[in-house]
Design a binder for this molecule. Sequence first.
Ligand code: AMP
Length: 564
Amino acid sequence: MAESNFASLGLRASILRTLTELGYETPTPIQERTIPLLLAGRNVIGQAQTGTGKTAAFALPILEKIDPARRDTQALVMTPTRELAVQVAEAIHSYARDMNVVVLPVYGGAPIGPQLNRLERGAQIVVGTPGRLIDTLDRRSLKLGAIRMIVLDEADEMLKMGFKEDVDRILGELPATRQIALFSATMPPEVLRIAQRHMADAQRVEIEHKTMTAPEIEQRFVNVSEGQKLEVLTKMLELEENDAVLIFRRTKTGSAETAERLVGRGFAAEAMHGDMNQRERESVIRRLKAGKIQIVVATDVAARGLDVEQITHVINYDIPWDVEAYVHRVGRTGRAGRSGLATLFITPRERKMMREIERFTGLVIKPMKMPTAADVAARRVGALKDTLRKTITDGDLELYLELVEQIVEEGNEITDVAAAAMKLASGSKPVTPEPIPSAEVRQESGREKSFDRPPSKRPPRDDNERKVQLSMSVGKRDGIRPADVVGSIANEADVPGRDIGPIEIRDTITFVTVLEKDVDRILEKVGRARFRGRAINLRVAGAEATSRDKPRSFEKKPPRRTKR
Ligand code: AMP
């Protein structure tokens, strides 16, 4: 695979900096081909679907072309749905964070007044659905006179939805100097006709997929929303026996974040990406081979050529850019004649991309049932019973029998004593795990049908109910007990005890769940506290600490202690 970088495509330094901050390693194939053409002023017809990085392929050239010092509208992006309009506007906004530009989404189903006002105040980039764009044009709020670039995103969908006349009209009213980019997953005759009429000299960019043979290992997919991925991943890791697992993310920041979150959930995981030098990457691989870590979360660049026999599972947490990348990724398992399993996480918009992979590899990627909380519970119950049975057979229980007798003599039922002991033994893995959140699935899958309704919002949740898990880097080994955790948070941050918990104390790390509304105060008051001389590094589980408070000591104000 040829490897280029964003700088060689001709992008300016401030945008390159932003891309580095976003964790992008290399341009995707569609970006590599399209960006130089658009920067050179050509009209481009790109055949690409969601998941290929097509948004940045047109957004970055737009940002190069516009003059932020002028307030008039200089770029227009047309999308078939308001959801896509909002998503594209957000993406452009994220690429423009070092620039002073206004990116305005306009779409039907929402009151037009505020959109007109904002247009009149000036927006250099407007992203909208064709019908609403025509409305704003007719009311003279949207002006096309200064437009330098126009993008038709998902052109096939737009025409399928009956926007042909609107698209024709807008393209017809543009100044002659405008540049057009058209992106479409398929190229039906109507799309080609629009292209012929308005962009005769266009350069066509198609990422030709090589037909490839993927290794003969079991391949499956699971439908998820972005927000569900981490939960599904952790449940899979817990449910399926594995030796070593390789997880793929698209960005360096993504790989670091997922690795951190897994560590926060008690897995031995490390990131491997392009910001790490060869020596660092080799040391990650050595630890994986030696079984010191179980999971590596890598980017494509970092995992190229990785050959580790122990890898039993490849998980495509983010879908790969193309068929070739997919084949490379899944080829990291099933090494040395061993069996392997590859799983692909698919969000609703990425289904076409998966069909493409199937088409060019001849594979059938089978649906996988989403692991449920009940599956995990069953597995945990089974494991707990096994441990218990084994402990009974192993014997050597005299000391504990004596303890049981004492507690029974105090008037406790023996079954209650046994149940309490099992609860203690289940420790950090309660037998009823948290269910997978489902809100975002509804939001994304509603996309096609919801065009005429107001933009979908997440179902309102009571902020007082929302919970956040915090972690601290002290655990059983340091002698910390639940009462210490509750005591410190309750005393220092003035949070009622009933709002603290559950608490999981593992060997070297402790998790405590608190209400979201209390998080800032807790981090501020307790974030840098110490327990028996050790910094507790309290932080949102899997994230960096945010508090810069001075160190405090737990011991200065002793927490409520229970009698041992
Ligand atoms: P799209 O196909 O435009 O919907 O983009 C899919 C996802 O890929 C988005 O989440 C982008 O933020 C991300 N993305 C786009 N280009 C790159 C890149 N070169 N490297 C890493 N991630 C990218």
